[in-house]
Ligand binder design. Structure first.
Ligand code: PRP
Ligand code: MG
Length: 212
């Protein structure tokens, strides 16, 4: 019998809530996070623990059928990947921030500036829309350090509680987008696995309804 292949974040902010929602919908998983792949005991489901940034490509290629992932990652890398369900957790923003003391009146103030980010496509779209050109420094993590070490004038990164910005002496000046965890679907999902997905979605909808 066919199994639905689902990707979840291996470690990081989404991991815990992703595992919780699977538990809430009654799925019990054979082993913990040490393995990169696990099976559900009571549903035809295989769980793949993957790096966030790799998940959109796995969905595009049909290596996995579905994924629990931040909308912001899909927007950055996913383009044609469909969202089946918004999951109501891990809300965050993707925002522009500058040093607390910097003058910032409008997006035009970014003209010619150096922006550090892990979300180049999102930033470029935002800059294009506003007809501003800037120089991007692409870094994979700890982006908020960049202005302090003289690498950038501004950053674009995820803001959740705002504490990382605060600790690094930065202020949020633009919200580019708002995001939450979603259930994303591969364009290559088989008809058989689509049926399994519908069962999972039905259970998720019941759980989400119960929370409101
Ligand atoms: C994420 C994100 C921000 C921070 C936002 O970083 O890149 O830096 O969390 O959360 P906050 O507003 O609640 O402080 P993470 O700690 O996951 O590490 P990384 O940037 O090194 O991947
Ligand atoms: Mg960070």
């Amino acid at each position: 019998m066919s199994k639905l292949k689902i990707a979840v974040q291996k470690s990081g902010r989404l991991n815990e809530d992703s595992m919780k929602i699977l538990k809430d919908i009654g799925i019990s998983i054979d082993n913990g996070k040490d393995q990169l792949k696990a099976s559900a005991r009571n549903f035809p489901l295989e769980i793949f623990y993957l790096r966030n940034g790799d998940i959109p490509q796995y969905l595009k290629d049909g290596v996995v059928d579905v994924a629990i992932i931040g909308e912001n990652v899909l927007i950055e890398k996913g383009n044609d990947i469909k969202v089946a369900e918004k999951l109501g957790f891990s809300s965050c923003k993707v925002s522009v921030a500058v040093p607390k003391g910097a003058t910032y009146n409008s997006v035009k103030d970014l003209e010619g500036k150096r922006i550090a980010t892990s979300y180049p496509n999102t930033v470029n779209q935002f800059l294009d829309k506003n007809k501003v050109s800037a120089k991007l420094h692409i870094i994979n993590g700890s982006v908020e350090i960049a202005p302090n070490i003289g690498l950038a004038d501004a950053i674009v990164d995820i803001v959740s509680s705002g504490s990382t910005l605060f600790k690094n002496g930065l202020k949020e000046v633009e919200v580019i987008l708002k995001s939450e965890a979603v259930l994303a679907v591969s364009p290559k999902i088989s008809a058989e696995n689509q049926k399994l997905l519908e069962k999972i979605q039905f259970r998720i909808q019941s759980v989400l309804k119960g929370q409101n």
